[in-house]
Design a protein around this ligand. Structure first.
Ligand SMILES: [Zn+2]
Length: 432
C-alpha cells in the first residue's frame, strides 16, 4: 500500500526519513535482477491484457517479458515480486503539471510564500505524483519560482528526494501586462508568474537564458481574455506578434528543445500553430479546422479536463462553458483521428496535490476514447511528445523498468488507474 498523501504532506520530515530507506531511491544496481509476476499485464504495445506474465528486470531496464513460467525458468536467483493479484502497466506520464502550485490562491502563493517554502511544497508534490503512479512528468513552469524546478529535478535524479523523472520548463514566457499578477497599484512592484519579455531579440535571449539554466521545454502563453463570439466559438486575444512567436519557436528548436503553448481560444491556437509549436495546452476552443491542422502538423494536445470540471468548486459561467466546449472538441478530435496526438495532461497543482491527477483518464473515456486509447494518452502518446519513447511508455524488453500495479481492470474501468498500489521507477520500487 501507498503512504496516504496526507501523511506525506503533513509530515515532510518523517516521510523523507522513511523514503531514504526505501530501496527505490538508490538507483538499481546494474546487476540486480528482479522478477515481477503480473496477474494481468497491459503492456500498451498491444490492445489487450495478458494474464500471468513475468517481467524480468536487470538493473534499471526490462530484459524479458512473457508467460510467467517461461520467464521464471530463465530468471535464476532473481528477487521475486508477486503482483499476481494486480494489473501491471507502464508507469504513467503526466505531460502538464505544476509542482510549484498547491491548488490554493494563486496571488497568495506568489505574494506570501517564499521560493524556499514553495520548493518544500514542490518536494511533497513530486512525491505525491510518484505515489499516484506517475513515473515521468513534464512540469510546465514554476509560476514565479524561477528555476527551482531544475533543483527539484536534480535532487530526484541524484536520489536525494523521491519523485518522477522530470522534464522542466522553468519560468515560461509572456509579454508585458499579459500574465498575472496584475491589477495592483502601479506604485507597488508585484512578482510575475512568468518571465515577461517583449520583442523578438529579447525573446531569443530569454529562451537562451532559460535553456542555460536547465529548461527542457519552453512554455509560452499564447493568449488570454477568453470570450464567446457571435459565431459561438471561443475567442481570445493573442499575446504575441507573429515575429515574436516565430522567434521563440525558432530559437528553441535551434537549441534542440520544444515549445509548449498555453492556448485556449481560436486566435491563440491559430497563432501557436502558425509559429510551429509542439504542443497545445488546454485548447478549449479547438474547432474541426484547427484539429485538422494539428493532425497535419503533428502537434500534440494536452486537454487538462479534470481541473476545469472537478466537483466542489464554484466557477464563473464562462469557465463552465469552456469546459463544455472542450468536451465537444475532445469527441471531435477523437472522431477525426487525433487520438494518438492527445497526451495526458492535467494541470495538477492547479488543483491540490491531495487529489489524484489520474482521475483525468476517466474523462477521456467518457468523452469518446476507448479505455486503451485513454491509457495510451498517459503512456505511449505522452512518451512520444516528450521524445522519450525509446525509454518509457510500454512494458517491453529494452525499456526502463517504470511499472505500476493497479487494483481492478483499467480496460473495463479507467477509474482503476486511480488505484495504484505499487510503483517501480527505473527498476527500483518507490511505493508499495
Ligand atoms: Zn498549467
Amino acid at each position: 500500500m501507498l503512504l496516504p498523501f496526507r501523511r506525506t504532506f503533513v509530515s515532510i520530515a518523517a516521510t523523507l526519513l522513511a523514503t531514504t530507506s526505501i530501496a527505490a531511491q538508490t538507483p538499481a544496481s546494474a546487476e540486480r535482477r528482479v522478477l515481477v509476476r503480473a496477474g494481468r499485464l497491459i503492456d500498451v504495445a498491444s490492445d489487450a491484457a495478458k494474464s500471468d506474465q513475468g517481467i524480468l528486470i536487470t538493473g534499471e531496464r526490462i530484459t524479458r517479458v512473457g508467460p510467467y513460467a517461461e520467464v521464471a525458468a530463465s530468471a535464476g536467483g532473481a528477487e521475486r515480486v508477486d503482483l499476481s493479484r494486480y494489473t501491471v502497466m507502464p508507469g504513467l506520464i503526466d505531460a502538464h503539471t505544476h509542482v510549484f502550485l498547491d491548488g490554493s490562491d494563486y496571488a497568495n502563493q506568489l505574494l506570501k510564500q517564499s521560493i524556499p517554502f514553495r520548493t518544500i511544497e514542490a518536494v511533497t508534490a513530486a512525491r505525491a505524483a510518484l505515489d499516484y503512479g506517475f513515473t515521468t512528468i513534464r512540469d510546465l513552469e514554476t509560476e514565479g519560482a524561477m528555476y527551482a524546478d531544475v533543483d527539484i529535478k536534480t535532487a530526484i535524479d541524484r536520489g536525494i528526494i523521491p519523485g518522477p523523472r522530470m522534464l522542466v520548463a522553468t519560468r515560461a514566457l509572456a509579454p508585458t501586462g499579459m500574465y498575472p499578477l496584475s491589477g495592483y497599484s502601479w506604485e507597488i512592484e508585484v512578482p510575475a508568474g512568468a518571465q515577461l519579455v517583449d520583442g523578438a531579440d529579447n525573446l531569443r535571449k530569454a529562451v537562451r537564458e532559460q535553456v542555460k539554466f536547465g529548461a527542457d521545454w519552453i512554455k509560452v502563453y499564447a493568449d488570454r481574455d477568453n470570450y464567446i463570439g457571435d459565431d459561438g466559438k471561443l475567442h481570445t486575444l493573442p499575446n504575441w506578434t507573429d515575429e515574436e512567436f516565430k522567434a521563440i519557436v525558432d530559437e528553441t528548436r535551434r537549441l534542440g528543445r520544444s515549445v509548449s503553448a498555453h492556448a485556449t481560444g481560436v486566435e491563440g491556437i491559430d497563432a501557436a500553430l502558425r509559429a510551429g509549436v509542439q504542443s497545445i495546452e488546454h485548447g478549449d476552443g479547438l474547432t474541426p479546422e484547427l484539429i485538422d491542422r494539428m493532425i497535419r502538423q503533428r502537434v500534440y494536445w494536452c486537454p487538462t479536463i479534470y481541473v476545469g470540471v472537478r466537483p466542489g468548486v464554484t466557477r464563473p459561467p464562462l469557465r463552465d462553458q469552456m469546459s463544455e466546449m472542450k468536451r465537444k472538441a475532445f469527441g471531435e478530435a477523437v472522431r477525426r483521428g487525433m487520438g494518438e496526438l492527445i497526451a495526458f495532461g492535467t494541470d495538477a497543482g492547479g488543483f491540490a496535490w491531495s487529489q489524484n491527477p489520474a482521475q483525468e483518464f476517466a474523462y477521456y473515456a467518457r468523452y469518446g476514447m476507448t479505455p486503451i486509447q485513454a491509457i495510451r494518452t498517459g503512456t505511449t502518446n505522452a512518451a512520444r511528445l516528450l521524445g522519450r519513447e525509446k525509454d518509457v511508455g510500454t512494458v517491453v524488453a529494452g525499456k526502463l523498468a517504470d511499472l505500476v500495479a493497479v487494483e481492478g481492470d483499467p480496460l473495463a474501468d479507467p477509474a482503476a488507474l486511480t488505484r495504484v498500489k505499487w510503483v517501480m521507477k527505473g527498476g527500483a520500487v518507490t511505493s508499495r
